[in-house]
Design a protein around this ligand. Structure first.
Ligand code: NAD
Length: 319
């Protein structure tokens, strides 16, 4: 943990407009939380490579706007359906406009804060940031919601000016309800950007901020993922099923929403595997590498498309 700066006199940045890239589990919900506090937000995702059966039946093509914006629109639609609701009122969803990265990259110029929440993969994030830099307006803060990939490496190919406005802002799932926000500066991040984002997150987003160092998985996931892996391993060894484990680790402990396997389903099993792999690949201690090994059964579930809540099948069906 880095020492938090003493209460600063600096102004909270005037973030009137934001952009979130990646409309999955986290991106859409972060956009929802920004809308909850009155911030206009552009939500972008990639263009789907194939038409869905419904789109084919409607005679749509890959060129149609509805198809090109499908992933971002699906993210926005989920905000209306999920429970507990990511939105404090249905109407706030009107503050979110959707688009796609190919056609709407220029819209990032309107944003005072750009948040990246795409798949947990260093190469994909690096190439996205070099794309973002091309339309970046100096002064705009850019951050990543990565669960634990090195913040510095993500922007190693970008200019010094861009890097000085870049940091990690790690929200927890679900972002409307989880109070913690890890802020991860690099040695290039301007101190005033860190102070401003901290003040903004606390006073506008209602978060409790912890400043973390840019180490694999930062603080909460370094501990949390380790705990989940141990539970998973032990329970499999002892032949217990997800229901039994969750009965003990959830309701019985007074934490019905954070039972072990329900948490894994909510996080996304694919994302969880990426996050565990990230520590194993980036720590030197062989003991720690061993501790972050992912059980084969989890990799098989992901390979079969069992991704958790987002695919309606994880440890639980239709969770
Ligand atoms: P997700 O799988 O739900 O969504 C990922 C999104 O990225 C999808 O909408 C996908 O279309 C998009 N995407 C895929 N390839 C892309 C590309 N090449 N360019 C742009 N977009 C692309 O994932 P998520 O759970 O929302 O995670 C997003 C980020 O947030 C990750 O870095 C993850 O580690 C982090 N995170 C996740 C959680 C969680 O509980 N799931 C919590 C905190 C942080």
């Amino acid at each position: 943990i880095m020492q938090a700066a003493p209460n600063t006199q600096r102004a909270v940045p005037k973030i009137k407009q934001a952009a979130v890239i990646g409309a999955g589990v986290m991106g859409a919900a972060i956009a929802g939380h920004l809308a909850n506090v009155g911030i206009r937000t552009t939500l972008l995702d990639i263009v789907p490579r194939e038409l869905s059966d419904k789109e084919k039946a409607k005679g749509l093509t890959l060129e149609d706007r509805a198809v090109r914006n499908r992933l971002a629109q699906a993210g926005k639609d989920r905000l209306q359906k999920e429970k507990p609701s990511p939105l404090y009122h249905k109407r706030v969803a009107d503050l979110i406009t959707v688009g796609n990265l190919e056609d709407d990259l220029d819209r990032l110029k309107e944003a005072d804060w750009i948040i990246e929440a795409v798949v947990e993969n260093l190469q994909i994030k690096q190439s996205l940031f070099s794309q973002i830099e091309k339309v970046w307006t100096p002064g705009t803060v850019v951050s990543s919601n990565t669960s634990g990939i090195s913040i510095e490496k993500m922007v190693s190919g970008c200019s010094e000016d861009f890097r000085s406005h870049f940091l990690g802002t790690h929200f927890f799932n679900p972002p409307r309800y989880m109070k913690l926000l890890e802020i991860i500066p690099t040695s290039d991040t301007k101190p005033e950007i860190v102070d401003e984002m901290k003040a903004f997150a606390e006073s506008v987003l209602g978060k409790g901020v912890v400043l973390a160092k840019d180490t694999p998985n930062f603080i909460a996931n370094r501990i949390g993922v380790y705990g989940l892996l141990i539970t998973l391993q032990k329970m499999m060894e002892e032949g217990l099923g997800p229901d039994e484990v969750d009965a003990v680790t959830g309701r019985a402990m007074g934490r019905p929403k954070s039972a072990t396997f329900r948490t894994l389903d909510l996080v996304g099993l694919d994302t969880f595997v990426h996050v565990a792999d990230n520590v194993r690949e980036n720590v030197d201690d062989p003991e720690e590498q061993k501790a972050f090994e992912v059980p084969e059964v989890l990799r098989k579930m992901v390979a079969n498309g069992w991704l958790g809540t987002k695919s309606d099948q994880g440890f639980f069906k239709k969770v």
